[in-house]
Design a protein around this ligand. Structure first.
Ligand SMILES: Cc1cc2nc3c(=O)[nH]c(=O)nc-3n(C[C@H](O)[C@H](O)[C@H](O)COP(=O)(O)OP(=O)(O)OC[C@H]3O[C@@H](n4cnc5c(N)ncnc54)[C@H](O)[C@@H]3O)c2cc1C
Ligand SMILES: *[C@@H]1O[C@H](CO)[C@@H](O)[C@H](O)[C@H]1NC(C)=O
Ligand SMILES: *[C@@H]1O[C@H](CO)[C@@H](O)[C@H](O)[C@H]1NC(C)=O
Ligand SMILES: *[C@@H]1O[C@H](CO)[C@@H](O)[C@H](O)[C@H]1NC(C)=O
Length: 579
């Protein structure tokens, strides 16, 4: 109870601080000697298996010519290669080069606009360009990227590689790769061709369906050409309603609103519906989306907030946890989630504004160095927020049945979902079927869940078994497909069999990179080439590295044993047993 109140105060401080200056996120590539003896991490400073990823050297090309030279040098030296981006936001070990003496090629300095053709609505950018800058550059030419992820700190090369998306079933849908009409990619080549070549993939090139969502295993994307639209406005309204008819609504909502999504708060039995539609450019309004959870926050508050959070997640604090959750949800609601009608004040819905001010946010990226006084909430240099982010998509035709099953699970363990509610619930977003070989095979709903992760390896959590049951049910009963850039290891077991066109992708990979220079242990595991993403060891199910098949995969010494699921009885989860 005490904890709830303190956290509430902290949240209010966070809300009031708003646009404070902050330290930009740290550099994911760190080298011990100049550009050699390097490590690469992700933006949270931790991969799912908590190991450090090493490389022999790192290269930071500024031009396509330097990029070709970098690939050629690595190929000539028979080194494995991986591309790193400015911030490296993917959760799984995608950015880690194969072996221990590979090469990292960073796209940090490949961040310019190459050309804009306003009449045709085409914009070509270098692959390391950060989404925020891309959206801004397009807007300056009167153009809009119609759909994007909600966080603007990603790069175009990185977000395409993992099939990243916003939410839409209209037109070509919510995934950014649907708007790609050209790419230039640097791939390995025989010595006679100088060890590396540039491949130009135009709109009708059959290999574009492999290159658009490539996990970075085909080569380095140098440039991307996007088909944009004339700038437009959007009208956004958030409405909270009970979840009685949610299973039916989830199927139709994406057809009713071009940018619609839904956030489900299972314990509170509420759904926050996002009514979000296109408006004519002449509509009145200069709204801004500065989403609360993506603003910079004072480090001191993040650290004390985490201390509180850790207390709330302990075994015997469920009551406090569940008391606190509605408070944080209602604070977010009162603050309109960070939306304002004119850039500084929220006066009421709808919020109407230009696409480039509404589609994504990330003000915590934007600030000068301030010696870590304020940061993005997940900055790994401080002991602040630390979380799992699982996301998986389910075919639209199965979504109602899945939600009905989730509700059964919730009804059996409502308190297990208090932590999810406090983090603003399970986000449902719409994605259309794609021609990309590693894109979604069917029209789908993506379910995105963010929740507490312990800093201590193997430390169990009272209700994580329920969340694991939910995910196993999604993956195995409903054929869910995990987001390539999120999730923990166990979600990716056998994933490639869920892609009907995987064979075509592997055929292109064989032609572009026959020696697997761009392959890594992780990419071989998830593409079904070699090995499994599952790691079996003591406590592995607690960490999401395996599905448990004996007590030692849980934490029997702390009372967590291997048990079947409660609703999906085929699930195998770590469950806290009363003594
Ligand atoms: C706060 C937050 C919010 C998010 N919101 C969303 C969202 O709304 N929707 C969504 O779908 N996802 C979202 N994500 C996940 C995100 O989209 C993916 O993790 C994305 O791939 C990360 O992009 P990145 O530029 O950081 O790439 P990285 O994670 O650095 O790279 C991803 C992969 O692409 C490869 N790669 C990168 N650039 C190139 C290149 N030029 N050539 C070849 N390979 C390349 C890398 O080697 C790596 O394998 C979010 C993540 C965070 C942290
Ligand atoms: C949910 O809301 C509807 C009206 O929108 C109402 O008719 C219904 O009784 C509510 N259900 C519960 C369980 O509160
Ligand atoms: C339960 O909470 C009390 C304090 O309220 C604490 O002393 C005790 O260690 C906790 N027990 C467990 C098992 O977490
Ligand atoms: C927004 O509107 C409020 C109230 O009308 C006004 O005080 C404020 O200055 C406006 N902000 C901007 C950025 O226009």
């Amino acid at each position: 109870m005490e904890g709830g109140r303190v956290l509430t105060v902290l949240l209010m401080v966070l809300l009031l601080v708003g646009l404070a200056d902050s330290s930009p996120p740290p550099e994911p590539v760190v080298c011990a000697h100049g550009t050699s003896d390097c490590t690469i991490s992700n933006a949270y400073g931790s991969f799912p298996d908590r190991t450090v990823c090493r490389a022999a050297n790192a290269i930071f090309p500024r031009t396509e010519k330097e990029l070709v030279a970098a690939v050629a040098a690595a190929v000539a030296a028979k080194r494995k290669v991986k591309v790193a981006t400015k911030h490296s936001h993917s959760f799984p070990k995608l950015a880690c080069p194969g072996g221990r003496d590979g090469t990292i090629i960073s796209t940090e300095r490949l961040n310019r606009v190459v050309s804009v053709d306003v009449a045709k609505g085409l914009m070509t950018v270098e692959s390391g360009m950060v989404l925020r800058d891309l959206i801004q550059a397009a807007a300056e030419a009167g153009l809009a990227l119609p759909h994007s992820p909600y966080w603007s700190g990603l790069t175009i090369g990185g977000l395409l590689a993992t099939g990243a998306h916003g939410s839409s079933l209209k037109g070509k849908g919510g995934a950014v790769h649907e708007y790609v009409v050209g790419m230039r990619m640097v791939t390995p080549a025989p010595e006679s061709q100088g060890f590396a070549v540039v491949r130009e993939l135009c709109a009708d090139h059959p290999d574009l369906d492999a290159a658009k969502v490539s996990l970075g295993v085909l080569g380095v994307v140098s440039q991307v050409t996007l088909a944009l639209e004339p700038m437009f406005k959007r009208s956004v309204t958030f409405v909270t309603r009970n979840d009685s008819d949610m299973a039916e609504q989830a199927v139709v909502w994406g057809g009713l609103h071009e940018f619609g999504d839904m956030a489900w708060l299972p314990e509170q039995r509420n759904v926050i519906y996002r009514k979000d539609d296109r408006m004519a450019i002449m509509s009145v309004g200069n709204g801004l989306n500065d989403y609360l959870a993506m603003r910079s926050s004072p480090t001191a508050d993040l650290i004390s907030g985490r201390v509180m959070h850790e207390l709330l997640e302990k075994k015997n604090n469920t009551v406090a946890r569940c008391k606190e959750a509605p408070t944080s949800a209602s604070l977010f609601e009162k603050a309109a989630y960070g939306f304002t009608n004119n850039g500084s004040l929220f006066m009421g819905y709808p919020v109407v504004g230009f696409q480039h001010r509404i589609q994504a946010s990330g003000s915590c990226l934007d600030s000068p160095e301030d010696a870590l006084l304020t940061t993005c909430p997940w900055d790994p240099r401080i002991r602040g927020t630390f979380f799992y982010n699982n996301a998986y998509s389910i075919a639209l035709s199965r979504v109602s049945a899945f939600i009905a099953d989730m509700k059964q699970l919730r009804n059996k363990n409502p308190k297990a979902f208090c932590g999810i509610d406090a983090g603003l619930g399970i986000l449902l977003r719409y994605i259309k079927a794609s021609s990309a070989y590693l894109g979604k095979p069917e029209d789908s709903v993506d379910f995105d869940i963010t929740y507490y992760r312990s800093y201590t390896k193997g430390e169990p959590n009272p209700y994580s078994g329920v969340l694991d049951e939910l995910q196993q049910m999604a993956l195995h009963k409903y054929g869910a497909i995990p987001h390539w850039g999120k999730n923990r290891n166990f979600a990716f077991e056998g994933v490639i069999a869920k892609y009907p066109k995987a064979g075509k992708f592997l055929e292109v990979k064989g032609r572009y990179d026959p020696n697997g220079i761009f392959s890594s242990e992780w990419s071989d595991q998830v593409l079904g080439i070699n090995g499994s993403p599952i790691i079996v060891e003591k406590g592995c199910a607690i960490e999401g590295l395996c599905v448990c098949s004996e007590d030692s995969h849980c934490a029997p010494e702390q009372g967590y044993y291997y048990r079947p699921g409660k609703v999906y009885t085929e699930a195998r989860v770590c469950s806290l047993q009363p003594i």
